[in-house]
Write a protein that binds this ligand. Sequence first.
Ligand SMILES: [Zn+2]
Length: 184
Amino acid sequence: MRRGLALLLCALALVPAAAATRAPAYRETTTTYPVRGTTLARLRAGINGGPQGYAAYTRWFVKWNYDYGGSSSRCVLSSSTVNLRVVFTYPSWKDRAKASPALRARWDRFMRALKLHENGHKQNGVRAARDVNALLGRAGSAGSCTALGASVNRRADAAIARWAGADKTYDARTDHGTTQGAIL
Ligand SMILES: [Zn+2]
């Protein structure tokens, strides 16, 4: 259950205003891919053929914006916003109604564990967004807005890389959710 990320940033024009840091905005989307069959073997084949080669996966995206303010000799961030978007992809079992109660129960256990695992990835995105938000809030000032922007973006990139690394560690530690029961 791999995760991926992308980031976007933009610096807006000089706008003198009081510094303001809001909590990151959050948006979550879930997409599914179909899995068919009424036997364990078919279900296993279905999730092994998931879109990214995993039964499920989570992507998170952190986007930040800020405005510049200050004087001609000192640049500060006047305001900033951070947006976190999380996209989950899960299997959707289309033949559930035709399957045995035992197989349904097995699938349900699997899906619960899978969601537990993917939520762990989401939490790393939440932490990344929080860190970016915090560093924007304490961005300080610089002699030029170019320098300030570069510094902020470098630190934000580092925060995201840190939590992307945490996603990898999490997958290694849980064997992509297997130790959490995400195995069918
Ligand atoms: Zn994973």
